[in-house]
Design a protein around this ligand. Structure first.
Ligand SMILES: *[C@@H]1O[C@H](CO)[C@@H](O)[C@H](O)[C@H]1NC(C)=O
Length: 580
């Protein structure tokens, strides 16, 4: 069965690739070389001109009016293997079967219609993972009552879809079909797609041609960009730094659109792996309902015939602990989040608060993050193995050299606290509205001692190994107790960052048995429909005072070894660091 599945996928892929090449050729290269396309369009977002500024500046994402809203940068133009054979075939097809029927300008819309319906067929979600989406079990009947998302659609918000591709062609087509579905629901002028190809060496390039063609035809604004790797030698690469670099580049158009055209997006959606369109819409809804800074899905990977929670490198529960590597069918006492509240809400399929997450597709509110100047970053004190240098001596409380997402989460916590304090200051100064944070900062400096939680040892969590995490046999689960000093002001006094995991937003990969996964997670019964109203989390916890820091201290790419320690986290200290 697996074999036939693969064979079927393969022939579809060939079909798609042929389609992509054809569309690309048909639309973009009536001049001799296909490279002309990439260079004829400007990729710079243009500022409003003098007249526009004086009248009413056009803030729409209208690709017909503004050509710069669709751009492709840095396509790999090296000659491909068998490239000339393919080109000959396309030429032949073009000259014998297409050209004779292209009569004049008037029939052009009909030809475009032809191509559009061909795309619809290609991406009709038939056969690809997405085809299963409407049939999968979800709690609260959200698949059956498809109209649940109309309120979101009606709001006419702008959404920014960001994808980073690093030799991951296996789900690009599915992601494209999800984007096409989302564009249909949200309106093609309500979204912007940013794709960053970081030095892919597989067939990503060709599949991105397909993406470019489809987005162009549908009139969806986009920027597709390819960049070379940061270092030639993979051993000299530091993965957290690459993560930050890729993420920030994928966000460049977001910032340009705001700076130059005053266009602001309501939410940024990072697509990772494959997520059903309805699950994304629901996560957006959860994000709005909670005014959340970030809402993540949950990423499930296949492992020895089971599905296990993936992305334990970047996800921490609200007590700072690592998630368990649970199976999708885990019993209530062995579910991914270890904290009580999180586990209880997870069991009810409800969103729960976390210290940090990324796990699959996630939705970020740029007004609480990117528009405030928060960027992705990484630690700098790593050891570069391609340089003959000594391992730097690191203190027990030296900054954690973990993922760029972990940095991002900590930045969100600190920022949220600072914003609240500034609001209080402003209110006290009697300048603006008296919006108050949840809790005020106490007057005196002498509250409580920092208590680190016990070291995390959990036999259940040794079930397998995560791609990004470290295997248990290398000490992955043993987190030494940190020696933590005094915490002058507890984190609980500061306004919390609103970071949630929505367990109903399942992210996974092609070939996974989605039906089984959905049954494991949600059973076959329906939850109480009341649950829809429980989107909102009423009680928000402060940041944990310590967290499991899983770090890469050396270069060596994505799979460089990781070590763990428990590290204190004091928002007060962070605030003082950032203000000094
Ligand atoms: C490590 O050192 C090499 C050689 O100097 C350099 O090319 C590379 O960029 C460095 N890597 C990082 C991540 O700093």
């Amino acid at each position: 069965m697996a074999l036939s599945f693969r064979r079927r996928n393969l022939s579809r892929l060939l079909y798609l690739v042929a389609g992509a090449l054809f569309i690309r050729y048909f639309f973009f290269s009536n001049i001799s070389s296909s490279s002309s396309f990439a260079t004829t369009r400007s990729h710079q977002i243009e500022e409003h001109n003098f007249i526009e500024r004086a009248t009413r500046p056009d803030k729409s994402l209208n690709v017909q009016r503004h050509k710069f809203l669709q751009s492709r940068i840095g396509r790999d133009e090296r000659e491909e293997m068998l490239g000339h054979v393919i080109r000959n075939g396309i030429d032949d097809y073009w000259e014998r079967y297409q050209l004779p029927y292209i009569l004049n300008r008037e029939t052009a819309p009909m030809d475009a219609q032809h191509v559009l319906s061909a795309i619809d067929q290609l991406l009709s979600l038939n056969g690809w993972v997405a085809a299963l989406c409407p049939t999968l079990t979800r709690p609260f009947g959200q698949n059956r009552y498809g109209d649940t998302w109309d309120d979101i659609v009606r709001q006419d918000n702008l959404y920014y879809f960001a994808i980073v591709i690093h030799s991951a062609d296996h789900f690009l087509v599915d992601q494209l079909s999800v984007i096409v579905q989302m564009a249909k629901r949200l309106g093609t002028n309500n979204l912007f797609v940013s794709m960053l190809d970081y030095d892919s060496t597989d067939s990503t390039e060709t599949l991105i041609d397909l993406c470019e063609a489809v987005l162009t035809l549908l009139g969806v604004p986009f920027r597709i960009r390819r960049v070379p790797g940061m270092t030639e030698d993979p051993a000299a690469a530091y993965y957290p730094l690459e993560e930050a670099f890729m993420r920030n580049l994928a966000l460049e158009p977001l910032k340009e659109l705001k700076a130059k055209r005053g266009i602001q997006f309501e939410r940024v959606i990072w697509l990772k792996g494959f997520t059903c369109p309805n699950d994304i819409l629901e996560t957006i809804k959860v994000s709005f309902a909670n005014e959340a800074a970030m809402v993540c899905g949950m990423d499930w990977a296949e492992h020895n015939g089971f599905f296990i929670f993936s992305d334990r490198w970047r996800t921490r529960d609200i007590e700072g602990d690592q998630f368990r590597q649970s199976k999708s069918s885990s019993k209530p006492d062995g579910v991914p989040p270890r904290d009580k509240q999180g586990a209880a809400r997870y069991a009810q399929h409800l969103p729960f608060q976390v210290f940090c997450c990324e796990s699959g597709t996630h939705v970020v509110d740029p007004s609480q993050s990117y528009y405030k100047g928060i960027e992705y970053r990484a630690g700098t004190e790593y050891q570069n193995l391609s340089r003959p240098e000594l391992l730097p001596e690191r203190e027990g409380d030296a900054p954690c050299l973990d993922s760029s997402q972990a940095y991002f989460c900590r930045d969100l916590w600190v920022r949220s606290a600072r914003d609240a304090m500034e609001e209080v200051d402003r209110a006290n100064a009697g300048i603006t509205n008296p919006a108050r944070p949840r809790r005020d900062l106490p007057e005196d400096d002498s509250v409580g001692k920092r208590q680190a939680g016990p070291a995390v040892v959990d036999a259940d969590a040794n079930a397998g190994s995560d791609y990004d995490a470290i295997p248990a046999e290398e000490g992955g689960e043993i987190v030494p107790q940190a020696e933590l000093g005094k915490l002058s002001i507890p984190n609980s006094v500061f306004r919390p960052a609103r970071i949630l995991v929505n367990p109903r937003c399942v992210t996974t990969y092609a070939g996974v048995s989605h039906t089984q996964l959905a049954l494991d997670l949600f059973g076959d019964g329906d939850d109480d429909a009341e649950g829809v109203g429980k989107y909102v989390l009423e009680d928000w916890e402060g940041a944990p005072e310590s967290f499991v820091c899983q770090e890469q201290r050396q270069t060596g790419g994505r799979k460089a070894p990781k070590t763990q320690r428990r590290l204190g986290f004091s928002i007060h200290d962070e605030l003082q660091k950032s203000s000094s």
